[in-house]
Design a protein around this ligand. Sequence first.
Ligand code: ATP
Length: 915
Amino acid sequence: MCLAEFASHYRIVYGKETEDCKRFRLLNNMGMIQKRTRGKPAIIRYARFSEKKDPENFYGRLLKLYLPHRSESSLKTEMFPTHQEFYKDACVRLPGAQEICAVTAIVTGNQKKFEQHNKIVEQVLDDFLKNGPVEDAWNTFAPEAELDKLECLEERIQGEPLHENEQDDVPEFTRCKESGGIAVAVKAPEMSRDSLLKMYRNLNRTQACTFYSVCNWCINLVRGLNPDPFFYFVTGGAGTGKSHLIKCVYAEATKILRNLPRLREEADISMPMVLLTAFTGTASFNISGNTLHSVLKLPRSLKPPYQGLGNLIDEVRAQLSNAQIIIIDEVSMISKALFAYVNWRLQQIKGSKKPFGGMSVLAVGDFYQVPPLGKSKPLCVFEEDTDDFWKDYFQMITLTEIMRQRDDVAFAELLNRIRVKQKMDPLSNDDKALLDQALTDPSRCPNDVLHIFATNKEVHKHNAETVSVLHANVTNIDADDYKKDPKTGVMQRQLNPSKGQKDNLLDTLQAAEGARIMITRNIDVEDGLVNGTFGKIARIITKTEKGSTTVNMLGLVLDNPNAGQRYRNKLPGDAGNLVYIERVEENLRQKGVVRRQFPVRLAFACTIHKVQGMTTQSAVVSLKRVFQTGMAYVALSRTTSLQGLHITDFDEKKIFADPEITASLDSMKKASVDSAMPLFKYLQTTNKAQTLTIIHHNTEGLPAHIEDIKSHHELTLGDVLCFTETHLSGSFVAESLQLDGYSMFRRNRHLSYTNLPHIASRSGGGVALYVRNYYQASEKPYLQNVTDLEFLVVKLESPVQALIAVVYRPPDYSIGQFLLNLQGLLESLEVMNCQPVILCGDFNEDLLSSAKKPISNMLHSRGYTQLVKAATTDKNTSLDHIYISRVQHCLQSGVLHTYHSYHNPVYCVLNPNCI
Ligand SMILES: Nc1ncnc2c1ncn2[C@@H]1O[C@H](COP(=O)(O)OP(=O)(O)OP(=O)(O)O)[C@@H](O)[C@H]1O
């Protein structure tokens, strides 16, 4: 007995009314069967369950009992009005009545439980059968879920590009170009090296660790070391600097990867080495990237089976041939299906079965913010029966320092708590008191500040009200609708727009010069004209034709001054900052109607979904109709300070995170990026007061890099900083070259040579030494028999003793002569009778090469040990050395990272107690 067969007899067995079957099917189709359990469908569920285990199951036997001997008509005479009566009868007739009784008891129990609202359900179903499905049917049961559904549908429709061929041809209309290209270039103006350096300097410690980890991977790739791809997930609360980090990683990784031998020789370096992508147009423009869909040419429907690229494959392969890393921003908005597609697509493009085609992935986002559209679970939540690339590969890095609200620490900390607050968790009294400061009566909220609501309905209402309050001259711009004449097949212009359309383009746009607006369509992703770009209307341009006047262009001033470069200077007489947009065209849901309208809406207010990723000075946030996890958190975290935040309709229950997210993030693998800062890591576990840390760094110019040095997280941990290639000249030392808390000693190149004028007269070179003020230190300037050497010696007198020398050997300085002079220096150091002696510098002798190493050999022969074992330059050479006379003093040594010099700093931590 199969289930279908049983179900087809079901009506006969219960025979109450033939509508039952229809209802069952409807319920089933609506996916409501689990929730709307009535007695009968529930029994079908049990049948399915027991059937699997035992083909000779209860229902099978029931049917054998009732059906084989009777015709359908005789059965009908034996209809049972209720389950109970049917079971009573079956118990008497069927052998094994005990088992049946047990099942009956379960069924009766379930019936009581599930059928308690039977009457209401019956009524609703009758209504449903009579009137068909109502669009917001769920509203009665779950208003929040319905809102969610409708909003998501709307957002999705707005975000999707139209297919070229979907349009009916309306005469004389040129559509705006949809962007579909590959992200081969940075979209917003490329940042200057100076602005990038400023951003690198500002990286906080975790941001810097991540930055260096990725850069290090790139350097290893360039060095030919074939490192395994990385799969990092960078997360952190709103404003913790995820986008800032992405921009830094993208720029530096691209710079390093340009040196890949393969690229240097033959490849076209205009093709991207790093793919910079995000799910939405706004998020991609924010990071100067492109949408994931357009970069990987993903289809709209993600349903399996996987659709390959077809004829496009060669073109896309060529365009992505250099790509080594893909960065995906706002990954929390990406569904599992889309993520799986990204994997397949990259495998196809790269012709490799390795995960993501062998590329490294930097996924960035915050799962505590607004979740993916529709029903899809967030990527990080593990599900048994779906491909889980996330759990298998990704390692998490958490940014904790809030950068957006860094000047309002109390507010920043409050936001961190709100981010993870569960629905039933109460806010602490302190947090309540802090939020109380932002509670504002709606009538007292400033009109000219962005209002943030949960739903589109609230947004539309606020916009309509505000435009008439703030602007006297409001122009109503009706949509131009065209409808096909069924007789002639010609598109006819409609006198009035079709009203009540739920489409992307408005029936009537209320426009006014000075009014805040938001673009609602991806007009040009590369140029920043995307769904979610904010600005204001500056000019309304009309044209008159055949006596009727229509608006044909809007001149906008966009909040992001970099956006819309390609849409400027279209009309004489403006300041060049206006971005002109025209109407776009769209098929309405109403069949056969094509609409032309400006893809903008008023934006005195917008939804929470639209403000994700935005930073603003002030905003009014209404929590009234918040319906989803993370929404309140996103809304409340937009302003840079609590002072700029106004909250209306406060309800702490509206602030809630998804517990599944907390659980899944807790169990996620953590990336050990702190190994990118070995010195910091080591000193964290050590009593710093009992160590002496010495760092050597070839700065490639102290004046050019002093700011990089001051902001370096590990250089500033050194007690003694030995610098080579200071590039200083003259006797004057700028104040900016001083380091807070350190005393500076220096020796310029031209003072260092007496017999080698060709070196002395060259710019560059030079050495300097900074000693932390905690130590009493003195320079040993005049050493007998030491000439023609760029060196500096400082003696630490107390609280510990050590003799520290820094040396620079220019690459063209002959080895023989250099060795002689170096020997002179060592002899002078030895007679000072101070141990240990530490000699560090850039010797331009590669310890990793197979060539002879006369300098290190000579030092070894005099009892010195070289401490640095790894490469110290981008080219995998080890030119920067630290020699120590008594190796037992060394606790730790290694190489640090920088972005500003070809040379990486080298360090050692010594034990002064031993000294
Ligand atoms: N290291 C930094 N130094 C200086 N400013 C920073 C730093 N990191 C981020 N910021 C600034 O803090 C603000 C928020 O940063 P960003 O947009 O990168 O955060 P986010 O984590 O991407 O936020 P959201 O999750 O809301 O999108 C921005 O104004 C950014 O310029």
